[in-house]
Design a protein around this ligand. Structure first.
Ligand code: AMP
Ligand code: MG
Length: 491
């Protein structure tokens, strides 16, 4: 069933990773499988068998020739450097080539202890596995670069967190698992040879255009493309109201994909200070802080690359600083592009950034829902249906004034209202995995072994731009009492 896998990472020198086989689980059961993704990855589904799939995706039965590998990495966690983290509960099975010819990591998460487990049990609870499945697939459907979810199995074992929970294993697909923290691990040990191999791997996997540069020039050029990808990524997060929650450097992928969905969630009512994660007590990773936290992480990445940037360390620092300073402008550029799209604007004009910022302002003042405000702009292109939008606001004076300004700006573009409406609905989602729905789906699965809410929610988020037929509950924000304001890592 598995496609042929390469073992690029497993073939790196021994001190960069550890070969470790998954620890078998008691009773694997396949609870969700992403068939279209499996097809893209070249899985042979002609003789698909659920029992065998469960054995494979739990790690219980793996082909002999695989070299399951746990990667070494370090990371700054909430600002504090931890020199050794690494895959403590995950193994890379190998790399598959997808139908577009790109290599994709296949990783089991929750597959048992590894040499990097420290005190942990190497396992993952079902709740966080389902959260990662839902949110990563939603991000993909929303057009945000992300790792993907291929399968989830329950293990038939209970694991112990705040209380006993069913255990699960997630199969994750990523364009690579190279993290800022991977580079930091070797920089902290003064291991330039390993850093060099990581740069080569990053170039080969993500930035083949850099292969033509001399090896001396590559680290700085790599920093620049990674800065660019992160700026674009965070602008996408902000445009959909996504809050990652744990933007530690070990959770920052240098390929520019969103990775490691822990206590993440989408914002309902717009408030830039929103934090969901129970462990983020000071709001370090609040919605509005995400761009500056990304830049902070990139600065750690630059530091890790410095040893490869030549003998003149002053010049290296100056060059790297110059690149890091471009983050703001790049981010602003991407953010404004996202906002123009969300406002139905095709042309770029002065004042667009202020127009977008003013909408966020009135959203905050009016305590309006972020996703639905953008969605219902389509009803307010002309005045006759604007009450649908206004109903989202606790006080409407601000939004009414803003709408006048927006319509004047729209009038500057030579398009019909109908065209604008179509454009707006194609860009602004109506379905996101709202946190209270995610929690309900998790609770039903984990406490009652009922996966139907999970399946229904998954189906709805796959088409985020289409009104779900007759099913409003996935589009609606939480009512009073339904809100889920805290999320737990559950690691
Ligand atoms: P995360 O919070 O999933 O990003 O994980 C942070 C670090 O803790 C990584 O090095 C993980 O491998 C490790 N870790 C998290 N949960 C466990 C666990 N249950 N057992 C072993 N290691 C873990
Ligand atoms: Mg992590």
């Amino acid at each position: 069933m598995l496609p042929p896998l390469s073992h690029r990472y497993a073939d790196l020198p021994e001190h960069m990773r550890a070969e470790v086989r998954p620890t078998p689980v008691a009773k694997p059961r396949l609870v969700v499988f992403n068939q279209p993704l499996a097809e893209e990855l070249g899985f042979d589904l002609a003789h698909f068998d659920e029992t065998r799939a469960a054995e494979l995706f739990s790690g219980n039965v793996l082909p002999e020739e695989l070299k399951p590998t746990a990667a070494a990495y370090a990371g700054h966690q909430f600002g504090n450097f931890v020199p050794q983290l690494g895959d403590g509960r995950a193994v890379l099975l190998g790399e598959a080539r997808n139908c577009a010819g790109q290599l994709r990591d296949l990783q089991l998460k929750g597959s048992g202890r590894t040499p990097f487990s420290r005190g942990g049990d190497g396992r993952a609870p079902l709740g966080p596995v389902l959260r990662e499945y839902l949110v990563s697939e939603a991000m993909h459907a929303l057009g945000v670069p992300t790792t993907r979810a291929l399968a989830a199995v329950t293990t038939g074992e209970r694991i112990y967190r705040r209380m006993p929970e069913p255990g699960a294993v997630l199969t994750r697909v990523a364009s690579s698992h190279l993290r800022v923290g991977t580079f930091q691990y070797f920089a902290a040990r003064g291991d330039e040879a390993a850093l060099r191999l990581l740069v080569d791997e990053a170039v080969a996997r993500h930035y083949p255009g850099l292969a033509e540069l001399t090896s001396d020039a590559q680290p700085l050029a790599l920093l620049e493309v990674v800065v660019e990808r992160q700026a674009a990524l965070i602008a996408k997060w902000m445009s959909v109201g996504f809050i990652h929650g744990v933007m530690n450097t070990d959770n920052c992928a240098i390929g520019g994909e969103t990775i490691d969905y822990g206590p993440c969630a989408f914002m309902d009512r717009y408030d830039p200070q929103t934090v969901f994660s129970s462990i983020d007590e000071r709001g370090r990773y609040a919605y509005a802080n995400q761009p500056s936290m990304a830049q902070w992480n990139l600065t750690r990445f630059a530091e890790a690359l410095l040893p490869l940037m030549g003998y003149d360390s002053k010049k290296a620092i100056a060059d790297a600083t110059k690149v890091l300073e471009t983050f703001d402008e790049r981010y602003q550029h991407h953010w404004l592009n996202e906002m123009r799209r969300k406002l139905g604007l095709m042309e770029a004009r002065d004042g667009d950034a202020q127009l977008a910022a003013a909408l966020l302002d009135v959203m905050y003042q009016g305590r309006a829902d972020f996703t639905l405000t953008f969605r219902h702009l389509a009803d307010a292109v002309t005045t006759d249906q604007q009450h649908v939008l206004l109903a989202l606001f606790e006080e409407t004076h601000g939004i009414e004034t803003w709408l006048t300004r927006w319509r004047e700006r729209l009038a500057a573009e030579q398009v019909t209202p109908a065209q604008i409406v179509t454009r707006l609905r194609a860009v602004n989602p109506v379905v996101i995995p709202r946190n209270h729905r995610v929690e309900q789906a998790i609770e039903a699965a984990a406490e009652r072994d009922d996966f139907s809410p999970f399946e229904a929610l998954l189906a709805a988020i796959m088409n985020p731009f289409d009104e779900p037929a007759g099913e409003l509950s996935y589009t609606r924000p939480p009512q009073e009492g339904e809100q889920v304001l805290r999320t737990f890592c559950g690691t």
